[in-house]
Design a protein around this ligand. Structure first.
Ligand code: GLC
Length: 750
């Protein structure tokens, strides 16, 4: 009996003691850093190392013994990807993971509206939260250097300032849901060909002025909780464990306190992964199924091999502790964050957000008066083109989505104009969207689709052509670049044939990249639409009918020819790079497309990317960066400056009146570019430094003002390794696009 009482008392004491002392790492009243340190102090070596690598395709370990949860990672930038199997890339085919497909980030950039970026981050964050994901693998901010890059649709265009402005609100609002952003792919992943291994050489000026700024904004202003390393190399080291990018720049210069995660399969060396700033290794090429060496999660570079290096003392425990600290901080910000909301999925509010973003993203490139096409026009309308019906949320790689709803452009146009007034012809066939593949289309199929469209064109009053690119391999798709600059599947000749039959043709293409338009003179109205996801149909139909006045502006240039683009102006080493040791892609070398054989590349265009190239080299673009028309017209008045000069601690305010001289309300994005008349190092002719999207009623005038300070005048001096503003003469160029400057104000900087 005594024994029973003793045991009972002991249990009582331990229970009460345990109850009384909530350990610091579980005490939500304590500051997060205190909780991190307390948790770290309780971990074994094995538990710390387990935090640093995957335990499944899309999860990494927690600490079960301490009740510290695992982390769940999920694609992607445009919405929450359907559930993937534990150990392979297959879909788990759940029945509760159909989501809202939000517009592609190129579309978000084309809105030039940071408020919509905040709306985007809030809504996609609610869906990721509801799907109980801790990290959403996006947004991507790699710079659009070539129109052949298969993944440009996931990014925010050719200008680092626009991309930076548009990425910050997305991250801030996403993370308010207790879901981490994973800004990708850091860095210099500006093409898909040989992405796994290509060794990029670039000047420090181009690195700091073009390729890093949007990532820096994401970290410093967006406070991103994770960054994803890119697959490629930079200066001989894979970006996922690149000492200069991760230790020197990301942590050293930017003060990043989050987690660096690999792209899936982006790690290649234990010692580099240990010492060069990587925290979590995901997706390495093991199946995780079998326990034999080389194919289980403990065999990851940051698994057993890393554990042995630390146990032997070859790698100091502090190195491991630094990783574990970053990962624990991420867990407390996400999985153990008990203040986060519960989220929601595929709600009317999310659809409305997707629609609002899509509405403001569509760019009116050309309009000789055919648009808007009033819904009561009573015309016989022929819609031609596969993209009028194709489900473009599927394909494209890791950003693909399983949608709950999606109304196609054809359905929406039939709803707007009346079923009986709208005939359809597919026009061409692209085949299934298969990752990195293009299935050849039999000539007889193409010919019959072509003939059908042409014959129907003779019976129509208006043609609306909806084609462009799609998410098939070698188009707008991960792991392969486009095969060429022209539209595929014979679309150019189809558009020409249709325009010859009926000149009342509207081309409303959908793509994530620029493309050639050999038919441009024959087409009176051209719209550039994007992968808008769930609400693509209603957004496109509302712009075509004029229910929405288009206000999108191009986030990248449309060159007439590929050779006019900066990456394609100086030979193969510039694009796509060269293979030092070319070998055929065969069963011995299955990853040839992804890895190549010692491929290398040099960014010879340097700081002159996009409109910087077109301006400075005086090569006019077919449609310029920042271009976008409206169904109304805007007149810019004389620009004025609050002073003629300012010093380093000062600034001036540049103001321009903008009047809506048309008959319908419209939004105009007023753009401010700065031109440095004389500098000690070469500079582009002008660079975007501010923009403001304003809604103006017919007859109304709005004064649009911009503050210009020393920061807006700076360039990166790579010798001094610092940003400098040199005294001298400058111009503020205010325009409706980079090629349509409406007002100029000279000023001096002392
Ligand atoms: C892919 C992509 C990356 C994605 C990851 C997980 O290869 O490059 O953007 O988030 O792997 O699917």
């Amino acid at each position: 009996m005594n024994k029973l009482i003793t045991v009972g008392a002991a249990v009582l004491v331990s229970v009460s003691a345990a109850y009384a002392e909530v350990p610091a790492y579980l005490d939500r009243t304590k500051p997060i850093e205190e909780r991190v340190e307390d948790a770290l102090s309780r971990l074994t070596l094995k538990e710390k190392v387990a935090l640093c690598h995957a335990q499944s395709k899309f999860s990494s370990a927690g600490v079960p013994r301490l009740g510290i949860p695992e982390l769940w990672w999920s694609d992607g930038p445009h919405g929450v990807r359907a559930e993937i199997n534990w150990n392979d890339w297959g879909y788990a085919n759940w029945t509760n993971d159909s989501v809202t497909a939000f517009p592609a980030l190129t579309a978000l950039a084309a809105t030039w509206n940071p408020e919509l970026s905040a709306l985007y981050g809030k809504n996609v964050g609610e869906e990721a939260r509801y799907r109980e994901k801790d990290v959403l693998l996006g947004p991507g901010v790699n710079i659009y250097r070539t129109p052949l890059n298969g993944r440009n649709f996931e990014y925010m265009g050719e200008d680092p300032y626009l991309a930076g402005e548009m990425v910050v609100p997305y991250i801030q609002e996403l993370q308010k849901n207790g879901v981490a952003a994973s800004v990708k792919h850091f860095a210099l992943n500006n093409q898909e060909k040989w992405r796994g291994n290509i060794d990029v050489e670039v000047s420090d000026r181009a690195l700091y002025e073009i390729y890093l700024p949007a990532f820096k904004r994401a970290v410093v202003d967006g406070k991103a909780w994770t960054i994803m390393g890119a697959y490629n190399k930079y200066n001989g080291q894979h970006c996922c464990h690149n000492s200069r990018l991760l230790n020197d720049i990301l942590r050293g210069e930017w003060g990043f306190d989050g987690v660096v995660v690999t792209d899936w399969g982006g790690a290649h060396d234990t010692r580099e992964a240990a010492l060069n700033g990587l925290d979590v290794e995901m997706g390495s090429f093991t199946n995780g199924l079998t326990a034999d060496a080389g194919s289980s999660y403990d065999e990851y570079y940051l698994g057993r091999p890393f554990r042995e290096l630390v146990a032997s003392g070859e790698v100091p425990m502090e190195v491991l502790d630094a990783k574990a600290r970053n990962i624990l901080r991420l867990i407390f910000r996400t999985a153990m964050n008990t203040d986060k909301p519960f989220g929601s999925l595929a709600t009317p509010e999310h659809y409305a957000a997707a629609k609002a973003i899509g509405d403001e993203s569509i760019v009116l490139l050309k309009n000789d008066g055919l648009l808007p096409l009033r819904a009561d026009a009573g015309k016989r309308i022929l819609v031609v083109g596969e993209n009028a019906v194709k489900m473009l949320n599927k394909g494209g790689g890791s950003s693909e989505l399983k949608v709950k709803d999606m109304k196609s452009p054809l359905e929406a146009l039939r709803a707007a104009f009346g079923e009986a007034n709208v005939t359809y012809a597919q026009g061409y066939e692209s085949g299934p969207s298969i990752y990195g593949f293009q299935i050849p289309i039999p000539a007889n199929v193409s010919d019959s689709l072509f003939a059908d469209a042409v014959s129907k064109a003779k019976e129509s009053d208006i043609i609306i052509y909806i084609g462009g690119l799609n998410k098939n391999g070698f188009q707008d798709c991960e792991s392969s670049d486009r095969a060429g600059y022209n539209l595929p599947f014979g679309q150019d000749s189809l558009i020409e044939a249709l325009a010859d039959i009926n000149p009342n043709i509207i081309v409303a293409n959908i793509s994530g990249n620029a493309y050639a338009m050999p038919w441009i003179k024959k087409v009176p109205a051209i719209i550039q639409s994007w992968y808008l996801g769930t609400m693509i149909g209603p957004s496109m139909a509302d712009v075509i009918t004029g229910k929405i006045n288009p206000s999108g502006k191009l986030p990248f240039s449309f060159p007439y020819r590929l050779e006019d683009n900066s990456a394609h102006a100086s030979g193969e080493l510039s694009y796509p790079g060269i293979e030092r040791d070319p070998q055929p892609a065969d069963e011995k070398n299955p990853f040839a497309g992804h890895m190549g054989n010692k491929p290398e590349q040099r960014y010879d265009d340097d700081i002159l990317v996009g409109y910087r190239w077109h301006d400075t080299k005086k090569i006019p673009a077919m449609f310029a960066f920042g271009h976008g028309l409206s169904y109304t017209d805007f007149k810019y008045g004389k620009a004025t400056a609050s002073a003629k000069e300012f010093a380093s601690d000062g600034s001036i305010t540049v103001t321009v009146p903008v009047t809506n001289i048309g008959t319908t309300e419209g939004k105009e994005t007023v753009q401010l570019y700065i031109s440095d008349e004389k500098s000690s190092l070469p500079r582009p002719l002008k660079e975007l430094k501010a923009f403001r999207k304003v809604s103006i009623a017919p007859g109304e005038t709005k004064e649009v003002s911009f503050k210009v300070s020393a920061d807006d005048l700076k360039f990166f001096d790579d010798k001094a390794h610092e940003w400098v503003a040199e005294p001298g003469k400058f111009k503020a160029l205010i325009g409706s696009s980079s090629a349509d400057i409406r007002a100029t104000v000279p000023f001096s900087y002392k």
